[in-house]
Write a protein that binds this ligand. Structure first.
Ligand code: C2E
Ligand code: MG
Ligand code: MG
Ligand code: MG
Length: 290
């Protein structure tokens, strides 16, 4: 009897722990959503800018704009967490709009500081949910017009899943972005359903090889094969390739030798604040960084 009671207690204890876990998760999710809603309304998010480096010349060709959020109560919340919450809650629409405007505005503030347009662009990430719900083409058109930035300086980064979700809609959107002269990059390439036919029929300019292939390509033969395959696929389709997650000089050199166009990663620079990104660019713009 006593043993049975212990068993029940143990089991209900587990249930209690499980309940607490679920409850904590739900509470976290709830507070992230409500704090994020306020942050978006009050200008509490910022963009960090990570340099994109031309691997053959070492020039800084642009920056990827990455959302950052430091909340008074929650502290730093990682984009992986708050982007997911934004996607589930519908907040991805205002967040995505904010990011597009802020990226275009950053370019126009840099141009003003420099006294003429910088020969760099900014990449903006698009969520598949945002693409399904919002008119992303007019969003960019308005952001560009508002900031006086030409479309060829804003690159749209989208993922394969956005195209798989609704190929016809994606096609219309991509051609509308092309009408604005915006370059289009496929982010995290290699991790999703790589529909080769759509790569060919859609106006895609750049493949960004996912970090999971790049970072271990020197130790892991399968990863290296993947990187080489993407590079030769891109070459036959006439696309540019950006490698993400370059953390060492050896990786930078390996990708340079493979003829990869552009690189991004901690080896070159971490994402940084808008003013620091400008200083970083100005200090190097006529020097080599590789
Ligand atoms: P992503 O678009 O693939 O962005 C690249 C991520 O890799 C960034 O993470 C960047 O900080 C990180 N990274 C760059 N170089 C290295 C490296 O050498 N090593 C390592 N370990 N990591 C590196 P971050 O900033 O945490 O963003 C994560 C993801 O959140 C992004 O992945 C993107 O999918 C999403 N995200 C960020 N900002 C936005 C946004 O404004 N809108 C949307 N829709 N998504 C965003
Ligand atoms: Mg990206
Ligand atoms: Mg990426
Ligand atoms: Mg990635």
């Amino acid at each position: 009897k006593a043993q049975a009671a212990v068993k029940i207690a143990k089991r209900s204890g587990k249930v209690e722990i499980y309940r607490n876990g679920v409850l904590k998760e739900a509470q976290r999710r709830f507070s992230v959503e409500s704090r994020l809603r306020d942050a978006l309304a009050q200008g509490g998010l910022t963009l960090a800018f990570q340099p994109l480096i031309h691997l053959q010349t070492g020039e800084i060709t642009g920056f990827e704009a990455l959302a950052r959020w430091n909340d008074d109560e929650l502290g730093d919340v990682s984009p992986t967490e708050f982007i997911a919450v934004a996607e589930e809650s519908g907040l991805i629409t205002p967040l995505g709009r904010w990011a597009a405007y802020e990226a275009a505005q950053a370019l126009s503030r840099w141009d003003a500081k420099f006294g003429q347009p910088l020969p760099v662009g900014v990449n903006v990430n698009l969520s598949p949910i945002q693409m399904a719900r919002d008119d992303v083409a007019s969003m960019f058109e308005e952001a560009l017009r508002y900031s006086g930035i030409s479309g060829n300086r804003l690159t749209a980064e989208l993922t394969e899943s956005a195209i798989v979700a609704d190929p016809e809609k994606a096609k219309k959107l991509l051609f509308a972005l092309k009408d604005l002269h915006m370059p289009i990059a496929m982010d995290d390439f290699g991790t999703g359903y790589s529909n080769l036919a759509s790569l060919h029929s859609l106006p895609i300019d750049i493949l960004k090889i996912d970090r999971s292939f790049v970072s271990s390509m020197l130790e892991d033969r399968d990863k290296e094969i993947m990187v080489r395959t993407i590079l030769s696929l891109a070459e036959s389709l006439g696309l540019h390739v950006t490698a993400e997650g370059i953390e060492t000089q050896q990786l930078a050199h390996a990708l340079q030798n493979l003829g990869c166009w552009q690189g991004q990663g901690y080896y070159f620079a971490r994402p940084m604040a808008e003013a620091d990104a400008f200083d970083y660019w100005r200090a190097r713009w006529n020097f080599e960084t590789v």
